[in-house]
Design a protein around this ligand. Structure first.
Ligand code: FE2
Length: 193
């Protein structure tokens, strides 16, 4: 059973207001409920003998499993990496980003472009196959991730993440996000890899 993480709105979150935050948290809760529901169904091997790649109940369970679980994981990483009191990268993070993107500014420009180009998520990930950082684009929770990678920074660019507050001004939301990254969390994630 997957438990919901209790995220609370705090004054240091400036990228989204309380109303936008709380609507988004309700959506996150829905993904947790769904993965638990799917896990429960899968424990009973539902119609496994009829599994078929064109259409079958088992296929729908398997599609839902990775969609809902990635939805849970990515939202938790997103809510963890906004706000805080350290909104600038430390020396090591700067050096890491400069190593793969030329400079911190080079990384930032590329990350913003990745976010603009994405329908679901923009991620800074550590690609454990080629041993390097990459900015990657996901069009859905389960579409576009690198199989063997570790997310470092996660930005939700689905419309539901910003539309209540920003309407169609996605660029303003992305810019405000860039100023409200919790770099303490990012440094911790970088430290593991
Ligand atoms: Fe979201």
């Amino acid at each position: 059973m997957i438990q919901k993480v209790g995220f609370h709105y705090t004054d240091d979150i400036t990228v989204i207001n309380r109303q936008q935050f709380e609507a988004h948290i309700r959506l996150y809760g829905g993904y947790v409920d769904k993965i638990n529901e799917i896990d429960q169904i899968l424990m009973n091997n539902p119609e496994r003998e009829k599994a078929n790649a064109t259409f079958s109940f088992y296929r729908e369970c398997k599609r839902g499993e990775t969609y809902a679980l990635n939805g849970v994981i990515l939202h938790e990483l997103y809510f963890e990496n906004i706000g805080g009191i350290v909104n600038k990268p430390d020396k090591r993070a700067m050096e890491q980003l400069a190593m793969y993107f030329g400079s911190f500014e080079g990384w930032k420009e590329d990350f913003i472009s990745t976010a603009k180009a994405s329908r679901g998520w923009a991620l800074l990930s550590y690609d454990q196959r080629s041993l390097r950082l990459r900015n990657i684009s996901l069009d859905a929770h389960d579409l576009g991730n690198i199989a063997y990678s570790a997310p470092i920074l996660v930005l939700d660019v689905y419309e539901h993440a910003y539309f209540l507050q920003y309407a169609d001004n996605k660029v303003e939301y992305i810019n405000r996000f860039m100023e409200n990254i919790n770099w303490e969390v990012i440094s911790d994630r970088m430290g593991i890899y």
